[in-house]
Structure formats: structure tokens, C-alpha cells
Design a protein around this ligand. Sequence first.
Ligand SMILES: Cc1cc2nc3c(=O)[nH]c(=O)nc-3n(C[C@H](O)[C@H](O)[C@H](O)COP(=O)(O)OP(=O)(O)OC[C@H]3O[C@@H](n4cnc5c(N)ncnc54)[C@H](O)[C@@H]3O)c2cc1C
Length: 390
Amino acid sequence: MAIEYYDVLVAGGSIAGLTTARECSSNGASTIVIEEDHEIGTPEHCGGMVSLGGLQKLGVILDSNNFQNSISKARICSRSTSFEMPAEKQNVIVLDRRGLDKQIAKQAENAGAEIRTRCKFKSLSKNQSRYIVKTSEGEIECKYFVDAKGLGSLKDTGKNGILASAQFEIYATWIDGRTVEIFFDSERYPGFFVWIIPSGEGRGKIGVAGRGINTSLALNEFINSKGKKYSIIRKIFAPIWIGGPRPPFVVDRTLVVGDAAGQTKPTTAGGIFSCGMAGILAGKAISKTIEKDDNRSLYEYEKNWKSMFQKEFNSMLFARKVLERLDNKSIDEIFSSLSKKTIKDVSNFSDFDFHSSALDLFLKTKLATDLTKILIENEFRRVFSSKNDN
Ligand SMILES: Cc1cc2nc3c(=O)[nH]c(=O)nc-3n(C[C@H](O)[C@H](O)[C@H](O)COP(=O)(O)OP(=O)(O)OC[C@H]3O[C@@H](n4cnc5c(N)ncnc54)[C@H](O)[C@@H]3O)c2cc1C
């Protein structure tokens, strides 16, 4: 039997793989996506929070069937205080992620791509100018290989950037209609937080991540601490990546996109936009390479992704480094020192997809002085508590 051939083979049929496939096939490349799961978008491991602007850049028109909610504000809580930020201007919405992936799969299919579920990538080898991809369904040859397999592809790069997470979808009348809530507690959720994403009347996605914690236990404790009735209708346990991008994204004729390349935000682990854009940029680079018959064009993918996101990701990595060191006293002090004006200014300037302008603004306010003082005291407490531990 003749071996199958495609110009592009994408392993992984989620946001990054599907946007790559859509882009390649729209430009005439024969493209196949292989997905190990039995259904595109399932099992869902996402809160579905995305900005309308980001969605538009991903080439997706909001489908009312996938829309769950729009976010009006964020409430950020420490153990003993909280503040609220209006979020109307950021146009943030909550989507059914399974529906979003299927919508992009349909776009890719309309453009000529083939999608094959229940087909697992096994190995890659090279035969002159072609790759041979071993899958659970047999061998496929291709010229360009795209690794969009998610975090599984990152496992050899060290564990420091990976956190365990749990997210439960629940019915509960106490979920605040259009308010996203974030709860910091450096003892219970070290290095991350609890989130509540309201997904419609009396419904929400409540999640937690943190270093070295039992996420299931932590989340159950959090939900029970509300002391009110709820029902859990879905549980997700999945790792998140907060370690920043892991280049090179291009080696030979292999491109790595999305979570597989560490392209999720180091602050929140959000990846729909930055991973989806990676797919588009990778697809454009492959298309140009085919058109010009010059492999050097492949490297434009990495260059263009970095020029769009690297500065943002550097700011987020900095913010993460600070967060990882803060104890609860410092978090309380920082929240208490935020003036109404600072919060308003920052919310006016902040962009859900690009945080660095908001961070720059923060650092120009009086908070920068307060923050320095709080951080120095924080470091003293760390030193003294570790001395007492010894
Ligand atoms: C609990 C949780 C909540 C989140 N909430 C948000 C949010 O609200 N907003 C946001 O922007 N981001 C969120 N994210 C992050 C977001 O889901 C990811 O960044 C995004 O899905 C990454 O897309 P991807 O295509 O790179 O990888 P993935 O979505 O991980 O997809 C990888 C695909 O590859 C397939 N695969 C793996 N191995 C193989 C193989 N051997 N052969 C074939 N197929 C394979 C998998 O089955 C999967 O379909 C959340 C993540 C988690 C865990």
C-alpha cells in the first residue's frame, strides 16, 4: 500500500495545531492534523477566558453557541483584603472551549485540511527531504512537521515551570454573575492562586494551582469554605505551564507551537491567544517557505512570535518572580497600598492580552516606593524564618 504524503503534518488538534493547519491549508499546502483523543476539544482543560480582540486576531467570529458570559470586573483578594478592577474596556468573555476548538477545526477543514481523531503520534524519523511519522494508524510522510502536542512535549525541560492544577465546573448561586475572582494565599496556593470564572447564571469554573499542593484537596477546601450549597458537574485535572517560552521553536523542518513551546502567559497560564497566534505565525512561515522554496523563511515564525510577545512575557516572568517570593503579609500590604486612582488608571491602560503597559504604569506610581519597602521587609522575614527553621 502506498504510504500517505502531506506537505504538513500537525500532531495535536487543539488551538495551536488547528490554527497552524488552517493557515497552511488556506495557502494551498496539503495538511493533516492527527489528534490522539476521540473528539476535538475534548477533554476540555481550559477556563475559556479570552478577549474579543484576541479572538478577532485569531480569525474567529464569536459563535453565540460557544458564548457563555462577558466579564465586567475582576475582584482580587488576599487573605484579609481585596480590591476590584473594572474590566468592561478589556472586552473579556468566557467561552465553551470545546466549541471554540471545533469552530477552528471547521475553518481548517473548509480550507482543505484533513483532521484525524483517535490517531496518536508515536515517533518521527527522517528520510532525505521527507519525515516519516509513525502514528497509531500507520505511517505518514510529510515535508514539514508541527509539534502541537501541548505540555507533554515540554516534559524534558525541567519541572520548575509546571504546576498541577484542578478546575471544577460547578452550579452555585453564590457565584458572582460577571465578576472574575482571584484569591492569593502564599501558604495554601504557593506560586499561584484560586480562580473563579463565572460562566453564566449560577454557573462557574473554579480552579486552583500551586507548588507542591494537593489541588483536589485545596479546591474542595476552598469551595466548602463558602459554607453554601453547590453541585460539581465536571472535574478537570491538568498541568499548567508558567515557565515562559522554550525556544528554539524551529529545528530543521520541525516547528513547535503553543503549550509545547511554553507559549502560555507566565502570570495566569492563559494560552488561547498566544498559542493560537503561534499557530498562525507558524502556518504563515511554512506557507512562505513552500512558496519560495527556501527553508530560511521557517525562522520567521520564531522571530515574529518573539516580536509580538517576548517583551510581554519578560514582564510577566518578572511579575511571577516577585509573586513567588511574597508572603501573605506582603500581599496584604501591597493590596492595601493600592489607591483608587492607581486601580482606575491601571484598569484603563491594561490589556487582557498584553500586560506590560499596565506593569509600567504601576512602576511609575507611589506603589513602586511602597513595593520596594514591602519587598525588603518580605526578604528579611524569609531570611529570619529560614534561620529559625534551621
Ligand atoms: C485548568 C486550565 C484552565 C485554563 N484556562 C485558560 C483560560 O481561561 N484562558 C486561556 O487563554 N488559557 C487557559 N488555559 C491554557 C490553555 O488551555 C492552553 O494554553 C491551550 O489549550 C494550549 O493550546 P495547545 O494547542 O498548545 O495545547 P493543548 O490545548 O494542550 O493541546 C494539545 C493537543 O495535543 C494532543 N496530543 C497530545 N499528545 C498527542 C499525541 N502523541 N498524538 C496526537 N495528539 C496528541 C492532545 O490530546 C491535545 O488535544 C487553561 C489551562 C488549564 C489547564
